[in-house]
Design a protein around this ligand. Structure first.
Ligand code: AMP
Ligand code: ZN
Length: 473
C-alpha cells in the first residue's frame, strides 16, 4: 500500500492529498526544455524539484511513468503567437541547422541533468517526432467546432469553452477575460485569447522545419505539442502535469483548453508548479543574454550537487534568490554533511526501531507538500542521534533515494579518510592541551569532562610517565 503524498494543486488552489486515476500508478508529464540554448540554473531549479516530486512518489510506493517533451519546433520568442521561432533564432546565432542546434542542446540538457542527479524521464519525445499526431488533433478540433481557419493559420476558439481561465480565481477572471494586452493584435483571431494550433508558411516563410498538412505547409503551435505528446504516451487521463509557474498562463491554460476539447472530458487532475529562481535583476531568463549554467558553476569550482542542495534547502512554492554568497552557504553545509557521513563506520547491526522512527519522520516531511528543507533537518537530527553508525548509514542511503545528493560520496575515499584523520589528530591534541591546563588549575572536574568527551568520540587517553598518550577505542 502506498504512503500518502500531498502537494499544492494549482488547479484547485490548495494542498491536496494525491489520489491517482489508477491504484498505485502515476502518469506524470513534464514540460521539457526548448533546446535553442543551454538550460540556465533557473530552469534546472524546476527540473530538480519535479525530480524530487517523482522520487517522493516512488519512495511512497507508486509506480511512476514520466514523460517529457523536447521543444525543437514551434516555440516563438514571445509567449503570444508572434515573434521569431526560438529554434530558428538559435540556429542563425550559431550558423547551424535547426536539427544540429536541437541535438547539441538536448545533449547538453541531459548532461546537466545527470550532474544534478535528475533522473531522465521514462519517455523523452521531441516534438518533431509527433507531427502526424498533432495534425490529427487539429483535424478533430476543427471537426468538433473548437478550431477555425483564418489567414492560413488554424486557431483554437476559446469562446467555445465555459471556463477558459481555469487556473484563475473568479476575481482574476473578471479582470482577464478578453484582455490579454501582452498579445500583439492579430486580426485573424476571433477572440483575443484564441491561440494558434497550426501555423502555415503564409505567416512564417523562413521556417526551416515545416510539414505538409491539410491546411498547407507549416508547423505546430507550441502548446499543442505537450497535449499531443502526453496523450500519445500517457493516454486520455493524466495524474500530474509539471512546469515552472511562468507556464501557468498561457501555456498550461491553452494545453487544458485544447486537450479537454479534443478528448471531451477532464484531462489532468493535478498541476504542480515550481516558483522561479531570481537573481538581483529578477527572474532568471535566457532572453536576458548572460545567464548562469551548470558548466559556468563548474568552471567557478562548484560541485553541481551543491546547487541541488541549495534548491532543496528552500520550498518549491517560494521564489528563490540566487547569489554566490547564498550558494557558498549551501556549499559549506553540503561539505560538512558529506564529511559527517564519511566518518560513519560500517559496524554492528541496524537498529530497526530507530530506522523506522527516522524513516517515518523523513517521509512525513517530504510527503507534506515536498518540505525538502524539513527533510534535510531530519537528516541532521538523525546524524546527531544516539544510535550506531550502521543505522545512520542505512538511513542516509534510504533518504538519498529522494534527495539524490550523493550523501555517501566521501565514504571510503582514502584522501578524505586522511583528511578526517588529520582533523581528528588536531582535535584530540587541542583537547589534551586543554585538559593539561585544567589539571594545572586543579580543575579536575573539567579534566574528567574532557576525558569523557574524547571517549564519546571513540578516543581513549592514558596518562603515562612520558606524557599523555591516546588511541582509538
Ligand atoms: P524553457 O526551456 O524556457 O521552455 O523552460 C523550461 C522550464 O523552466 C519551464 O518549466 C519553465 O517554466 C522553467 N523556468 C523558466 N525560467 C525559470 C526560472 N527563472 N526559475 C525556475 N524555473 C524556470
Ligand atoms: Zn508544456
Amino acid at each position: 500500500m502506498e504512503k500518502q503524498v500531498s502537494f499544492y494543486n494549482t488547479l484547485n488552489r490548495k494542498i491536496e492529498t494525491f489520489v491517482p486515476n489508477e491504484d498505485g500508478k502515476v502518469n506524470m508529464y513534464t514540460c521539457g526544455p526548448t533546446v535553442y540554448h543551454f538550460a540556465h540554473i533557473g530552469n534546472l531549479r524546476s527540473y530538480i524539484m519535479e525530480d524530487v516530486l517523482e522520487k517522493t512518489l516512488r519512495y511512497a510506493g507508486y509506480d511512476v511513468k514520466r514523460v517529457m517533451n523536447i521543444t525543437d519546433v514551434g516555440h516563438l520568442s514571445s509567449d503570444a503567437d508572434t515573434g521569431e521561432d526560438k529554434m530558428l533564432k538559435g540556429a542563425k546565432r550559431e550558423h547551424k541547422s535547426v536539427m544540429e542546434i536541437a541535438k547539441y542542446y538536448t545533449d547538453a540538457f541531459f548532461s546537466d541533468c545527470s550532474k544534478l542527479n535528475i533522473k531522465t524521464p521514462d519517455v523523452v519525445e521531441p516534438a518533431t517526432n509527433c507531427i502526424d499526431e498533432f495534425i490529427e488533433m487539429v483535424s478533430v478540433l476543427i471537426e468538433k467546432g473548437f478550431a477555425y481557419i483564418a489567414g492560413g493559420n488554424i486557431y483554437f476558439d476559446t469562446s467555445k469553452l465555459d471556463d477558459y481561465y481555469v487556473f484563475s480565481s473568479q476575481n482574476e477572471k473578471e479582470l482577464m477575460v478578453g484582455v490579454r494586452d501582452d498579445v500583439e493584435e492579430d486580426t485573424n483571431k476571433r477572440n483575443k485569447s484564441d491561440f494558434v494550433l497550426w501555423f502555415t508558411k503564409s505567416k512564417f516563410d523562413n521556417q526551416e522545419l515545416k510539414w505538409d498538412s491539410p491546411w498547407g505547409v507549416g508547423y505546430p503551435g507550441w502548446h499543442l505539442e505537450c497535449t499531443g505528446i502526453s496523450i500519445k504516451h500517457l493516454g486520455e487521463y493524466m495524474d500530474i502535469h509539471c512546469g515552472g509557474v511562468d507556464n501557468i498562463f498561457p501555456h498550461h491554460t491553452n494545453e487544458i483548453a485544447q486537450s479537454e476539447a479534443y478528448l471531451g472530458h477532464k484531462w489532468c487532475n493535478y498541476w504542480f508548479h515550481v516558483h522561479h529562481l531570481n537573481d538581483k535583476a529578477g527572474k532568471m531568463s535566457k532572453s536576458k543574454g548572460e545567464f548562469l549554467t551548470v558548466s559556468l558553476l563548474e568552471e567557478k569550482g562548484y560541485n553541481p550537487l551543491a546547487y541541488r542542495m541549495f534548491c532543496l534547502q528552500s520550498h518549491y512554492r517560494k521564489p528563490l534568490e540566487f547569489s554566490f554568497e547564498n550558494l557558498d552557504n549551501a556549499v559549506n553545509a553540503y561539505d560538512k554533511l558529506l564529511k559527517t557521513v564519511a566518518k560513519l563506520k560500517e559496524d554492528g547491526e541496524v537498529n530497526k526501531e530507530v530506522f523506522a522512527e527516522y524513516k517515518e519522520k523523513f517521509e512525513s516531511a517530504i510527503s507534506n507538500d515536498l518540505n525538502t528543507s524539513m527533510a534535510i533537518t531530519v537528516v541532521y537530527d538523525m546524524l546527531k542521534a544516539d544510535v550506531n553508525d550502521v543505522t545512520k548509514l542505512a538511513l542516509i542511503k534510504n533518504f538519498d533515494e529522494v534527495l539524490s545528493l550523493d550523501l555517501m560520496a566521501l565514504c571510503n575515499k582514502d584522501e578524505i579518510i586522511e583528511e578526517l584523520d588529520a582533523e581528528l589528530v588536531s582535535f584530540v591534541e587541542s583537547k589534551i592541551e586543554e585538559r593539561k591546563a585544567a589539571k594545572k588549575d586543579k580543575n579536575f572536574q573539567r579534566a574528567d569532562e574532557i576525558r569523557n568527551e574524547l571517549l564519546e568520540k571513540g578516543i581513549i587517553i592514558e596518562d603515562t610517565r612520558e606524557g599523555v598518550k591516546w588511541k582509538k577505542a
